[in-house]
Design a protein around this ligand. Structure first.
Ligand SMILES: NC(=O)c1ccc[n+]([C@@H]2O[C@H](COP(=O)([O-])OP(=O)(O)OC[C@H]3O[C@@H](n4cnc5c(N)ncnc54)[C@H](OP(=O)(O)O)[C@@H]3O)[C@@H](O)[C@H]2O)c1
Length: 162
């Protein structure tokens, strides 16, 4: 089972200068609740951007083309296919960044999207979701972060049954 979890701005931006552009404490709690006990799969840059690593109580898997790359507390794969083969019996959550989302979106069963209702300037973006293939199955009420002055909601997307 391949899932993806992301927090994205209204214009699909997810980060800048290898970091996040907002701090939504509700979203961090949600991320933890959804991914705890699962396998988290990420690109090397996202791994490096994590303030605390590895993510506790999760199997951490990093993709890097560097053959000698060491990520303490994580398993490293030099290509996506070998990672997917090794994880084929796991419930995997792709946690970014932009390059890994792009590669894995077509292979996902479910998307856990924190949708912000605000646009940002950044250098990392989530790919456009094809709404002829995907639909929202679950939706939280609109939420509001006072500190950041951002409205957001949690969405769960699944592929449409043909
Ligand atoms: N808002 C969110 O939910 C969210 C979540 C995660 C990340 N982000 C943001 O996303 C940005 C990072 O995204 P990014 O696209 O720049 O980096 P990334 O996807 O995290 O990592 C890119 C790196 O992964 C490795 N990689 C990617 N595809 C590969 C492949 N097919 N085979 C082997 N290695 C591969 C390469 O590492 P090597 O260079 O070592 O080969 C590549 O440089 C940051 O701003 C971060 O804060 C946002």
């Amino acid at each position: 089972m391949m899932n993806l979890i992301v927090a994205k701005a209204e214009n699909n931006i997810i980060g800048k200068d290898n970091s996040l552009l907002w701090h939504l404490s509700e979203d961090l709690k949600y991320f933890k609740q959804i991914t705890l006990g699962k396998t988290v799969l990420m690109g090397r840059k996202t791994w490096e951007s994590l303030p605390f690593k590895p993510l506790k109580n999760r199997r951490n898997v990093v993709i890097s083309s560097q053959k000698d790359y060491v990520a303490n507390g994580a398993e490293v794969f030099t290509d996506l296919d070998s990672a997917l083969e090794a994880l084929k019996d796991e419930e995997v959550f792709c946690i970014g960044g932009a390059s890994i989302y792009k590669l894995l979106l077509p292979k996902c069963d479910k998307l856990f999207i924190t949708q912000l209702f605000e646009s940002f300037e950044g250098d990392a973006a989530f790919p456009e979701i094809d709404t002829t293939k995907w639909e929202i199955k679950r939706l939280s009420p609109m939420l509001y972060d006072e500190k950041e002055n951002i409205k957001f909601r949690f969405e769960v997307w699944e592929t449409k049954k043909q």
